[in-house]
Design a binder for this molecule. Structure first.
Ligand code: GN1
Ligand code: CA
Ligand code: CA
Length: 123
């Protein structure tokens, strides 16, 4: 099952690319790891902007609060220092939003991990 990537953007040693189809967060992790990449985790405004540039629609980031509600961590479980939440987010709508997407305005929103979005991978 091939996943296609569009042209990416480089920031420092990181290279960001978007998947060309929508998928759940688990599928996003699998799609990125298939290429020895991981779901993108912006560490600063410059990386966030690059991810926004490559994502042509709302896209998953590698940021979750699946273990402890409202404690947002990266894929290694480390609490994220840089965040860029949209106004009113994270709001854990329906008590079931434990994954994070980058909106088209570059701001973040927490969403259900089963919902399907594009994903940005980082190499
Ligand atoms: C969306 O559609 P609604 O209002 O139940 C969004 C939430 C946001 C909310 C902001 C799946 O929820 O994450 O916090 O808008 N749900 C999804 O108003 O994107
Ligand atoms: Ca949550
Ligand atoms: Ca939300």
């Amino acid at each position: 099952n091939w996943v296609f990537f569009s042209m990416g953007e480089q920031v420092g040693k990181k290279y960001f690319v978007s998947t060309g189809k929508k998928m759940s967060f688990d599928e996003a992790k699998a799609a990125c790891s298939q290429f020895h990449a991981s779901v993108a985790t912006p560490r600063n405004a410059e990386e966030n902007q690059a991810i926004q540039n490559v994502a042509k629609d709302i896209a998953y980031l590698g940021v979750t609060d699946q273990k402890i509600e409202n404690r947002f961590v990266d894929l290694k479980g480390n609490r994220v220092q840089y965040t860029n939440w949209n106004a009113g987010e994270p709001n854990n709508t329906g008590d079931q939003e434990d994954c994070t997407v980058l909106l088209t305005n570059g701001k973040w929103n927490d969403v259900p991990c089963s919902d399907r979005f594009l994903a940005v991978c980082e190499f």
